[in-house]
Write a protein that binds this ligand. Structure first.
Ligand SMILES: Cc1ncc(COP(=O)(O)O)c(C=O)c1O
Length: 410
């Protein structure tokens, strides 16, 4: 067999229906694609960022950058975290990566031996689990609690960790949270965050906090970075340009390991080795993001306008979905996803995968199945398109549900 055993984990449920959708497009069908969370498709990357990229090219910034990240970007990240969260990260605490995706690969490769584990919460961002498994790890599954608005029940988490067999607990390396969450759109409260940090500390788990949507919050939600609360507790913050700077295609992410304890020092040194092993991240994109991050007034204008648009669309789509009695939905207050629970029995489908597949084939609307996020009986809708497109798609979803409800009888 030419392929490795671990290669079977390389898959992404968000894109698994793309071949079907592409086939429908080829046949001339108008497919509404609400599966990929790609903001620039609907909110063009701000002009000042595009111009910064063009300037970097004109200035011939086309060489390999410093492997851990161009100084200019590292300094911009340092300043951003000091300004926004009061976090003082030294230059060697910041590693620039090709998106948070690469950062996750580095972290797993640096920390996970065969048979090790990590605490991940359902519903999770779908790449967390395959990336852990590819490196020989396996998840210890916690869960966000839908009944309490997708928060984390810290007492339950604490009980779960205490009940782990000693051999398994010893091999648990990190605890990973997503705040704000993809797919639920939930922003964790400061209190819950503090409780999670205390629990992770008690169990000697490194905290990894994926904060890629930290500036995309609305409906009165207040975001807190793990770095504001986890003083003296080893943690890694993940972020990047994809969402806040509306530039997914630049492929710029970064990790911060702000603490200076033995664990944090070993991790940051090793992550720098990983960066050196792949030479460089896209250099002009790093200069563009550095300029964007340093231009506070332009960024403020751009992010305000994008978040206002996202909130309007997400709230609109949530209201429409909530009107259909087959769905139960927790209102999102961050990121740009809606994650309703579907009453599959009432419409006669055996799984969320079947729902999503039939919806695409019958109504030409592409969603992602909740089971891809570890939460069967849910669907994820990307609420980025303008309201007329979202309204059209949700109308199609409703027609689809009505048709199938009728056909299963009373
Ligand atoms: C929670 C979360 N983490 C990471 C990523 C990947 O980000 P990047 O574009 O920086 O690789 C995404 C993309 O949607 C995401 O939602």
């Amino acid at each position: 067999m030419i392929l490795s055993a671990r290669s079977r984990y390389a898959q992404n449920p968000i894109e698994e229906e793309d071949i079907v959708a592409d086939g429908l497009v080829k046949k001339g069908k108008n497919v509404v694609r609400l599966n990929r969370g790609d903001p620039p498709v609907y909110f063009p990357t701000p002009k000042y960022i595009i111009n910064a990229y063009i300037s970097a090219l004109r200035e011939a910034k086309t060489f390999y950058s410093r492997a851990e990240g161009a100084h200019m970007l590292v300094e911009a990240v340092q300043k951003r975290y000091r300004r926004m969260y009061g976090i003082n990260a030294s230059e060697d605490s910041i590693i620039v990566t090709q998106g948070v995706s690469e950062a996750l690969g580095f972290i797993n490769s640096a920390l996970i031996n065969d048979g090790d584990s990590a605490v991940i919460f359902k519903p999770y961002y779908p790449l967390y689990v395959p990336l852990l498994k590819i490196y020989g790890g396996n998840p210890i599954m916690g869960s966000y609690n839908e009944a309490s608005g997708w928060g984390i029940d810290s007492e339950k988490l604490s009980r779960m960790l205490k009940a782990l067999p000693k051999s398994r607990a010893r091999r648990a390396k990190y605890l990973l949270i997503t705040n704000p969450s993809n797919p639920t759109g939930t922003v964790l409260s400061r209190r819950v965050l503090k409780e999670i940090i205390d629990i992770a500390n008690e169990h000697s788990l490194l905290i990894v906090s994926d904060e890629i949507y930290d500036e995309i919050t609305y409906n009165g939600a207040r975001f807190t970075s793990v770095g504001e609360l986890a003083k003296g507790v080893p943690h890694i913050i993940l972020n990047g340009a994809s969402k806040d700077f509306d530039a997914t295609g630049f492929r710029i992410g970064f990790m911060l390991v702000p603490e200076h304890d033995k664990t944090s020092m070993a991790i940051k040194e090793k992550l720098a080795d990983y960066a050196k092993a792949r030479l460089s991240v896209n250099t002009p994109a790093q200069y563009a993001v550095a300029a964007a991050m340093s231009n506070e007034s332009e960024h403020r204008k751009a992010i305000r306008s994008m978040v206002r648009g996202i909130a309007d669309r997400a709230n609109f789509a949530t209201r429409l979905i909530a009107e259909n009695s087959l769905f139960e939905v927790v209102e999102p207050n961050g990121a740009f996803y809606i994650f309703p629970k579907v009453d599959l029995k009432k419409i006669g489908f055996k799984s969320d995968a079947e729902f999503v597949d039939r919806l695409l084939k019958e109504e030409y609307v592409q969603l992602t199945r909740g089971s891809g996020f570890g939460a069967p009986s849910h669907i994820r809708i990307v609420a980025l398109p303008p309201k007329d497109i979202l309204g059209y798609a949700i109308n199609k979803i409703n027609e689809f549900c009505n048709r199938h409800s009728r056909s299963t009888g009373p």
